[in-house]
Design a binder for this molecule. Structure first.
Ligand code: FE2
Ligand code: FE2
Length: 219
């Protein structure tokens, strides 16, 4: 069975992910490197693990999380779609079973906020994990005066953590925003759609989505 470690050490995957990150950098986008891939992989698998899903589903969520932005090597536009198709071919070459490939492809193809839907457990976990990675470390722009709203929001985020509250049947996103850099309102300007997507994804996993910003429960 194909594991996350097999995927991480695959040269083709490694090359495409690095190149994709370079292309996005040239367009002025925030970081989408193996750092983002690894974090999303870890959070997506942790969500399913903490909710008691099978070990293999947890591993598939880790793989989908790691690969989800690989389509950026083709183009930022519709990178979820190209990434899904690309992953299908690569995972097939690696010998993964078709039913597992199908799950991963649908998760990757449904992670973008314009049209993504939590079509299965792995897709739901991936949506929450991807949308919660907001962090200062993702900002590449070094000149504060030229920050756009995405740079500002990411730079202001000093902490962003997902907690699975099993007893409450809730998935909580806990964010610390430095309001001297960015008012909470700006966060919402960018993240409202993402938060609605997270709520839907959490509901698919039979949980409630909670949002806590600077210790205040907002959702
Ligand atoms: Fe993406
Ligand atoms: Fe992403």
């Amino acid at each position: 069975m194909v594991t996350l470690n097999d995927v991480k050490s695959n040269l083709e995957i490694k090359t495409y992910m690095e190149q994709g990150n370079v292309y996005l950098g040239s367009m002025g986008f925030t970081e989408h490197s193996t750092r983002h891939a690894s974090i999303v992989s870890k959070i997506a698998s942790d969500i399913l693990k903490n909710l008691g899903y099978s070990e293999r589903e947890v591993e598939l969520a880790a793989i989908a999380g790691y690969l989800h932005d690989i389509g950026n090597v083709v183009s930022r536009h519709d990178h979820g779609q190209t990434g899904a198709i690309l992953s299908m071919r690569i995972l097939k070459d690696m010998g993964m079973e078709f039913n597992e490939i199908a799950l991963i492809a649908s998760a990757i193809g449904n992670h973008e906020e314009e049209y993504g839907q939590p079509v299965n457990n792995i897709a739901a976990a991936l949506i929450i994990a991807d949308k919660s990675d907001v962090h200062r470390g993702r900002v590449r722009n070094k000149e504060f005066a030229t920050f756009d709203i995405h740079d500002r929001v990411n730079y202001a985020a000093e902490k962003s953590e997902i907690h699975v509250l099993k007893d409450e049947k809730a998935i909580q996103l806990n964010i610390k925003i430095n309001t001297e850099i960015c008012p909470v309102m700006e966060y919402f300007e960018i993240f409202l759609v993402r938060m609605m997507m997270c709520r839907k994804a959490a509901a698919f996993l039979n949980t409630k989505f909670q949002l806590v910003i600077n210790d205040a429960r907002l959702l």
